[in-house]
Design a binder for this molecule. Structure first.
Ligand SMILES: Cc1cc2nc3c(=O)[nH]c(=O)nc-3n(C[C@H](O)[C@H](O)[C@H](O)COP(=O)(O)OP(=O)(O)OC[C@H]3O[C@@H](n4cnc5c(N)ncnc54)[C@H](O)[C@@H]3O)c2cc1C
Length: 503
């Protein structure tokens, strides 16, 4: 298959790039042919669904770094982008809190960085002022950043992908890139056993970006995975946190410190930890008992009323670090065109070490990469670009009552609840199953409809979704996957039963 531009990796960065490119046509008048290659059976199954989902303000990174620049720019782009794509975002602000005198130099450093990076609206607050935002908060001085926000990170990634698709980009799921060959004016990429050619290849492969660049002949990149583990707390606590509350990070911390993060869906996350993991498996997303115990302790320290039943699940996400374990800390993002270094007249652009704030920065990174692509394939803006995504942000149950009643009249499946905890309707499950990307894992349904995310963790809705897939979409036992990898079922327990009885 021939493309003008191939993007490797369908995380938030790859999907933002695909969407940004899809706003354009070739300057010579032809359509810009964009392909996205993703090894997993859906978009957003890597780091982009495994993070704190915070839109950072830009106080954390040294002035002049690429990280600082794309963070502040990406933050400013988010409201319009989320409105167009119907992605939930809440500008709840953030307090970075000095608990003791020893935290003060670090806090002032963050403020100075924020000022130099152009972060709007910052304010230093004493404890009394902080308590007007978050009652009962401890700490001697806080830095308030009103532009900090929370967002649905997988919601954004899926929306970017679907909008890019609506504008002509093609997504090849289950297509792991295994080789890149340099030819005259084009690169040939082998993925999922097929060959794809492109004038420009963009490596947005997250945790595997160094391996993909090595396939193209670039030897100078190295990534280490640093795991962050989380606990998810029940929605019972929704409203407890009025804002984001972070500790002051130490100079060599590989993350931003363990903190409480409210989510757009009303849960609270405790985490993330930061621990490098062995080289063999960068996608080892285990939750470890030692860290879970630490997070539980930390949660109880910060929210003493927590009950054991409030801890509903755990998850982890791995940072693609350019700094080795013995060094820790953070390196700047690398986004560069290395076509000349690898000796090709085609374009090869790679994005290395896109850890936090990669989610926040994704729209700004996409703009930067598009400018790099234009050096190889001159572009012009399309006047038939579809900027808006249909539907509504969030779930049906959050809509005003009148709107819900109207929708139920148009389709009675809006009146049938499948996921009791999250109040997700059969219509929303159907829309998730029939998603335009054709992704059909249980995670695909979960990330689109939010079913299986409540306190019973799918105990009630999973059998109902399974039955729907079997009875209405013809799934056989071997067609069911959680994310990919091993199937959920090995066959029927009993044969010969009909309807809803056997699976
Ligand atoms: C614990 C944690 C907390 C974070 N919190 C925040 C936060 O609050 N705010 C924020 O802004 N950022 C945060 N981040 C960072 C943010 O999540 C990442 O920067 C962002 O998701 C990176 O997106 P990506 O598209 O580059 O990578 P990914 O989402 O990992 O996507 C890369 C894709 O490439 C695919 N791929 C890899 N190799 C191949 C191959 N050979 N062939 C085909 N496909 C391939 C993968 O399957 C994957 O889907 C956090 C990260 C972590 C780990």
């Amino acid at each position: 298959m021939d493309y003008d531009v191939l993007v490797i990796g369908a995380g938030v960065v790859g999907c933002a790039i695909a969407r940004e490119l899809s706003r354009h046509r070739r300057a010579d008048g032809g359509p810009l042919k964009i392909g996205v290659l993703e090894k997993e059976p859906d978009v957003s199954l890597g780091t982009s669904s495994r993070n704190s989902a915070v839109v950072h303000s830009g106080i954390n990174y040294a002035p002049g770094t690429l990280r600082a620049k794309v963070n502040v720019r990406g933050n400013a782009m988010m409201d319009e982008l989320c409105a167009q794509l119907k992605v939930p975002i809440k500008r709840i602000g953030k307090l970075t809190v000095a608990l003791t005198e020893s935290d003060l130099p670090g806090l002032h450093k963050q403020r100075n960085q924020g000022e130099a990076n152009g972060v709007p609206g910052m304010e230093l607050m004493d404890n009394a002022k902080m308590r007007t935002i978050q009652p009962g908060i401890e700490g001697i001085l806080g830095l308030w950043t009103p532009t900090s926000a929370i967002i649905s990170s997988f919601g954004l990634t899926i929306a970017l992908a679907e909008n890019a698709l609506a504008n002509g980009a093609r997504f090849h799921l289950n297509s792991e890139v295994t080789a890149i060959d340099r030819g005259e004016g084009t690169l040939t990429v082998t993925a999922g056993g097929k060959k794809f050619t492109a004038r420009v290849v963009i490596n947005a492969a997250g945790l595997h970006c160094d391996e993909v660049s090595a396939m193209a002949g670039f030897a100078g990149a190295k990534i280490w995975a640093c795991r962050g583990e989380y606990y998810v707390l029940d929605k019972r606590l929704d409203g407890t946190l009025k804002t984001l509350i972070y500790p002051v990070p130490g100079p060599n911390d590989p993350g931003l410190g363990i903190h409480l993060t409210p989510t757009v869906d009303g849960n609270i996350l405790i985490g993330p930890s930061a621990a490098y993991i062995p080289e063999e498996n960068r996608e080892d997303y285990r939750a470890t008992s030692a860290i879970m115990a630490d997070l539980r302790r930390e949660g109880l320290r910060l929210l003493p009323d927590l009950a054991a039943s409030d801890f509903i699940r755990s998850f982890s996400g791995n940072r693609p670090k350019q700094t080795p374990p013995e060094k820790g800390g953070n390196a700047d993002f690398i986004i560069e065109d290395v076509s000349a270094e690898i000796g090709t007249s085609a374009g090869f652009i790679h994005l290395l070490g896109i850890e936090s704030p990669g989610l926040t920065s994704s729209p700004a990174i996409a703009g930067m990469v598009r400018e790099m692509v234009e050096k190889h394939v001159p572009l012009a803006e399309r006047d038939d670009f579809i900027a808006e995504r249909p539907g509504f942000a969030g779930s049906f149950s959050e809509l005003p009552k009148e709107q819900r009643m109207d929708l139920i009249k148009t389709d009675p499946e809006y009146g049938e609840i499948v996921c009791r905890c999250e109040q997700i309707t059969k219509k929303e499950i159907r829309q998730a199953i029939e998603n335009p990307l054709g992704a059909r894992t249980m995670a695909s349904i979960k990330y689109r409809a939010r079913a299986q995310m409540g306190r019973c963790q799918g105990g009630f809705c999973t059998p109902r979704i399974v039955r729907m897939l079997r009875d209405e979409y013809g799934f056989r036992p071997e067609d069911f996957f959680v994310r990919g990898g091993a199937p959920m079922f090995f066959g029927n327990v009993r044969d010969g039963l009909k309807g809803g009885e056997a699976l």
